[in-house]
Write a protein that binds this ligand. Structure first.
Ligand code: COA
Length: 352
């Protein structure tokens, strides 16, 4: 490959059906083929084959289904160290509660006695999740389809939940959007979309949930991430949104503490078997990532669920404004500058 090609990144040739859905990315690809490098566009991207022609380097993506990395079997089993009735009679409202980490939180709260209400964009997903919770844990469930970006829909879902149960004690803001994208290729609307869902959505729910939580002296848990503690490539949009969520957690804790409302966050690291991991670290990338985590495994949804149970329990009654990092040490651990074998050889040589 000639030198000028060496600086080229890959061009993901947008498939014809995708271009109308993502016009600005299609434009970016057309304008800057030399530096267009996109991931997980069709949720299906792998086996990249590169071929050269005289002017540019093409990269074609072959359709292969991406699998989410599995949760590690060395994860603790699903039994809980908490008494099963510590949240008995409480009502927890969870955004994005129908799937992934948020469904894990819903399960953990229900397993400890909480009735569950959830809101999400896909009604059939919510319905199925609620049916599962009701039959598995014998709790009452309620759902209302809606988008957290729409403040009126947030208010309506909270009002309907309060009418249904008579109170709301716990609000978990888990709804989020994510995908990999280098900032120079991300459209302003793509950036705004993630800020709208993660940050503005969290504010909308807190703002409209306040009256109910004030009445119940309730609890808010904002689901964040560990991405923004460092510079995480291809995640500028999510990092900016989650940094905002963490700031909101602390500020609302300061604002509403005198009302008896506690506001905390959970910052999950890589959690196996989730949509997020399928999008962010599919296949082999996930296996490589696992080796960089001090605890050497992906988290499970149960890890996050039990963290939520702890924050909702009386054990956390003097904790507010805190974001609990549940990531196996992922964010602060760096790969070694020199491989271990070489360091061991150097040490052996220095001893001899
Ligand atoms: N890469 C780059 N840009 C993307 C993108 C991707 N994979 N997905 C969406 N965008 C951009 C679009 O190009 C569009 O910008 P444009 O109008 O300038 O082209 C903008 O974001 C909105 O896209 P759209 O598909 O209309 O938004 P949406 O509201 O339907 O969905 C998400 C946006 C982020 C929520 C979508 O990715 C999604 O539905 N994800 C599933 C849930 C999820 O992400 N879970 C994450 C768990 S961590």
């Amino acid at each position: 490959m000639r030198l000028r090609h060496m600086r080229l990144c890959f061009e993901l040739r947008l498939r014809a059906p995708m271009a109308p859905k993502y016009p600005s990315l299609a434009r970016a690809a057309a304008l800057e083929p030399a530096v267009c490098f996109c991931f997980s566009f069709e949720k299906l991207l792998s086996e990249i084959s590169v071929k050269e022609n005289t002017s540019k380097c093409f990269c074609t993506a072959k359709k292969t289904k991406l699998e989410a990395p599995m949760a590690d079997t060395t994860a603790p089993d699903s039994s809980s160290p908490f008494k099963s009735d510590i949240l008995k009679g409480k009502v927890a409202f969870i955004t994005g509660g129908g799937s992934g980490i948020n469904f894990g939180i819903a399960q953990a709260l229900a397993a400890h006695g909480a009735h569950i209400a959830m809101m999400g964009r896909r009604e059939e997903v919510l319905k199925k999740a609620c049916e599962e919770l009701a039959s598995k844990f014998g709790v009452k469930t309620f759902f209302k389809a809606g988008d957290v970006r729409d403040a009126d829909q947030c208010a309506a879902a909270l009002k309907a939940t309060n009418e249904n149960f008579g109170h709301i004690d716990i609000l978990v803001n888990g709804a989020a959007g994510n995908f990999l994208a280098p900032p120079e290729l991300l459209s302003p609307n793509g950036f705004k979309t993630v800020i709208d869902i993660d940050l503005n959505g969290t504010f909308n729910m807190c703002r409209h949930g306040y009256q109910y939580l004030k009445a119940s002296k309730g609890i808010i848990i904002n689901i964040s991430a560990n991405l923004h503690y460092v510079g995480t490539l291809f995640q500028s949009h999510v990092s900016a949104a989650k940094a905002g969520v963490d700031a909101l957690t602390m500020n609302l804790a300061a604002e509403w503490g005198h009302e008896g409302i506690r506001v905390n966050g959970i910052a999950p690291g890589p959690i196996g078997d989730t949509e997020g991991m399928k999008r962010l670290a599919p296949g082999e990338a996930g296996e490589k990532l696992k080796k960089l985590i001090p605890l050497q495994r992906f988290g499970s949804v149960q890890d996050i669920g039990l963290a939520a149970v702890f924050l909702c329990s009386s054990a956390a009654s003097y904790i507010t404004g805190e974001t609990l990092v549940v990531d196996g040490g992922h964010w602060f651990a760096k790969p070694p500058m020199v491989p271990r074998e070489i360091v061991e050889k150097m040490m052996a040589a220095s001893r001899s």
